[in-house]
Write a protein that binds this ligand. Structure first.
Ligand code: UDP
Ligand code: MG
Length: 321
């Protein structure tokens, strides 16, 4: 028995690529249906993220033309991550497995086959990971790979070179729904859900048409969002820095006392310099300590689930023993 697949595609001003994307996704779904790998009722779900061009009109036309297409229209532009979430939750109510991908055909549509196979083998989350970035410009490649390294160093655990091309099962989406935080960074949250996961490699192509909606400025704020929403490690670095500077100041005090004893320094200079370092270090250290508490409050306020249960073994009458 095959399961229902939904492919969720967030779209913001994508009228240039949408017809081609729809054509390819339709072919993909029809192929999988014909092969019996997915059940009738499978769909492509476009999420219109408050586009200012004809994107929604195209989605409506596609839906009229073919029942394989459906759409969700957000009231205004809420950004890629929120659009994706809207699509995942909508699809999660209707599908057994949901694949999310960008509208610009940079994600290789053919990787869906392998993701679906992995799903049937028992994986709840399958990550699409770029095997190479040959087609990206040097600048994009360096900034993007630096992004993943920096993220991991600052405590936001993400899957290397994985964007938002992934398959999630219905219960994985139900798990995601329990993360109620508003500052959302899906790439960091999804690995927290757990379950069996797998990775499927694909080659990321160039944008088929239209322009990137992620210029450098948005990428930087996206990175900052990822780090600050997932981790309080930056605060810990402040604490460490304060501690290190304070240690340095102690060494300096000893050194200057020695110089002073040997009568080699200008009067007053050593004490001023030492207090600047010592007080600077102590201020940073105290800020870090206060920050640690704020970090705790921050994490508490997210109300994340402390665990998700995969399965409970119980008797037919419902009592576990
Ligand atoms: N996107 C969106 N809302 C936005 C910006 C982007 O839904 O505010 C969608 C966009 O239509 C595309 C995906 O997010 O399907 C990724 O955007 P893009 O391809 O421009 O990013 P890049 O691949 O250049 O990082
Ligand atoms: Mg793109």
């Amino acid at each position: 028995m095959a399961d229902i697949l939904y492919i969720v595609v967030p779209c913001y001003n994508e009228e240039a690529v949408l017809p081609e994307t729809a054509r390819r996704l339709r072919a993909k779904l029809e192929g999988l249906l014909a092969a019996g790998r997915i059940a009738p009722g499978s769909r492509v779900l476009f999420v219109n993220d408050g586009s200012k061009d004809g994107t929604w009109a195209i989605i409506q036309a596609l839906h009229r033309e073919c029942s394989l297409f459906s759409g969700v229209d957000l009231t205004r532009n809420r950004g890629h991550q929120n659009a994706l979430l809207a699509g995942l939750f909508t699809a999660g109510e209707r599908a057994d497995m949901v694949v999310s991908m960008d509208a610009d055909l940079q994600d290789d549509v053919d990787a869906v086959d392998e993701m679906v196979e992995r799903y049937y083998q028992g994986c709840d989350i399958v990550y699409g990971v770029r095997s190479a970035r040959k087609k990206d410009t040097f600048f994009k490649r360096v900034t993007a790979e630096g992004f993943y390294r920096l993220m991991n160093a600052l405590g936001a655990e993400t899957v290397f070179n994985h964007a938002d091309y992934r398959l999630m099962s219905r219960r994985a989406i139900a798990g995601l729904a329990q993360f109620r935080e508003v500052n959302l960074f899906l790439r960091g949250i999804v690995p927290m859900i757990g379950y069996n996961t797998a990775v499927v490699e694909y080659e990321r192509g160039e944008r088929f048409a239209g322009e990137s909606k992620y210029p450098l400025k948005k990428m930087i704020s996206f990175a900052a969002e990822g780090i600050t929403s997932l981790s309080v490690k930056p605060i810990r670095y402040i604490t460490l820095l304060g501690f290190a500077i304070f240690l340095v100041s102690i060494v300096m005090i000893l050194y200057f006392i020695l110089r002073w004893a040997m009568g080699e320094t200008v009067i007053g200079w050593a004490s001023v310099i030492c207090s600047v370092w010592a007080i600077g270090g102590l201020v940073l250290l105290s800020l870090g300590v206060i920050g640690e508490y704020i970090g705790k409050i921050y994490l508490e306020s997210k109300g994340r689930p402390r665990f998700l249960i995969r399965e409970v073994l119980e008797d037919a009458d419902g009592k576990a023993d």
